[in-house]
Design a protein around this ligand. Structure first.
Ligand code: ASP
Ligand code: MG
Length: 406
């Protein structure tokens, strides 16, 4: 009997009616003979409103934050179990501490270390569907933890690995992964298949369909993901898995963007070993995620300019941290910009096709878009540009790389 994990995101369980429709999707798979574990997010809006209440009192205690925000998934899991029972399907909800889902690391950003599968497998013997509350787990000392916003994707992947599911279906409000954001580009194409590595780049470069860590977990545990729409369940959506041939004709398969980029440049920074380490260690100690990094080395000079990007909401905090370093590292001044976007082209086929970067830069220049910073990986090229030109850049790149013809 096949084992499946079905994940429903917040918008898929956003109301009681939607929970009832999701239960029907589960019923279809159940009636076809599968053993099923479901991972649910909180009803859309719930987590944000819980966080708002926390912020109105105090944001000082992350352990209490976790115990409060985890409640959203508890409600959704219980309601889903009831909806399934009403369809005559035996179902039981499971919270992180009940399975348990063991986590390590700090509150708010804990990582799943292991999901105990015993309770779920016992339930399967009774033909029972397990409805697991996403996003939560327990720490070694038994407190409730959460695993970062959007974490239910990751719960679903770990669940699939723990019970050896043959597939993990991610039900969401879009019917798959697209060549670009459909809200910006008219003639986007849905991709039937995407490789893990392309999906990681797309997710981390701004495509919102899956949480980046969940794709990394899917690689580590070799879990096949299928992104599908709750509102169009017959549609097969996009398969994300390992062995997908890269597209020979199309080196580029997606354009992604993120609008919340800020750039910091440290001017005339003393150029000697250990300085960059000091700066980036101080930033990471305060949980600041640095993305693009560029350092210009001047020949025969003892100083350098160091440029890097951080999320715009972390700009002030980052500037304060660097300012505090003034006595331990020597530099002349800091400048920053907070009105930038990062636009990226992604494709596994890029690896063995030359000229992709040149084509991208030429396209941007023809559209009068200035490039501030460039960064690349084997299968991705990202540029930092003026935020006001984001849409123009995404459209132009989608067109020049003929993604509408995929
Ligand atoms: N409810 C959590 C959030 O809104 C987790 C999730 O949706 O996956 O981030
Ligand atoms: Mg969510």
């Amino acid at each position: 009997m096949p084992i499946l994990v079905l994940k429903f995101g917040g918008t898929s369980v956003g109301s009681v009616d939607l929970i009832k429709s999701a239960a029907k999707i589960i019923k279809n798979e159940y009636d076809a003979g599968a053993n099923i574990a479901v991972a649910v997010s909180a009803m859309s809006g719930t987590t944000n409103s819980l966080i708002k209440n926390i912020d109105l009192i105090s944001s000082k205690d992350d352990a209490e934050y976790d115990s409060i925000v985890a409640s959203g998934e508890q409600v959704a899991a219980g309601l889903m179990a009831l909806a399934l029972q009403e369809l005559n399907i035996p179902a039981r909800s499971w919270l992180g501490w009940q399975l348990p889902i063991y986590t390590s690391g700090t509150h708010r950003y804990a990582t799943i270390s292991k999901i105990e599968s015993k309770n779920i497998l016992e339930g399967f013997k009774k033909k029972e569907v397990a409805v697991v509350a996403g996003f939560q787990g327990i720490s070694l000392d038994g407190r409730i933890t959460t695993i970062g916003r959007g974490g239910t994707d990751n719960t679903a992947v770990f669940l699939a690995s723990a019970i050896n599911a043959e597939r993990c279906d991610i039900y969401t409000d879009v019917d798959g992964v697209y060549t670009a954001d459909p809200r910006i580009v008219d003639n986007v194409k849905r991709l039937d298949k995407v490789s893990y590595e392309e999906m990681i780049e797309m997710a981390s470069q701004g495509a919102k369909v899956l949480q980046t860590t969940s794709v990394e977990s899917a690689i580590n545990h070799n879990v096949k993901l299928q992104v599908r729409s709750t509102f169009d369940p017959d549609n097969k959506g996009t398969l994300i898995s390992e062995d997908i041939q890269s597209n020979e004709q199309h080196a580029v398969t997606g354009v992604a963007y993120s609008k919340d980029e800020a750039k910091i440049t440290i001017i005339n920074l003393l150029d000697k070993p250990g300085i960059a380490a000091t700066i980036f260690k101080s930033l990471s100690a305060k949980d600041i995620n640095v993305d693009m990094i560029v350092q210009n080395n001047f020949i025969d000079r003892k100083v350098t300019n160091l440029t890097f990007t951080v999320p715009v909401i972390e700009l002030k905090k980052s500037l304060d941290i660097i300012d505090d370093l003034k006595n331990s590292i020597s530099f002349e001044s800091i400048i920053s910009e907070d009105n930038l976007s990062k636009v990226s082209i992604i494709g596994a086929g890029m690896r063995n096709q030359p000229g992709i970067a040149a084509k991208m830069f030429e396209c941007l220049s023809q559209n009068n878009i200035n490039i501030e910073v460039i960064s690349t990986s084997e299968i991705k090229i990202s540029v930092l540009i003026d935020r006001a030109k984001t849409e123009k850049a995404v459209k132009a790149l989608h067109h020049i790389f003929e993604l509408d013809k995929l």
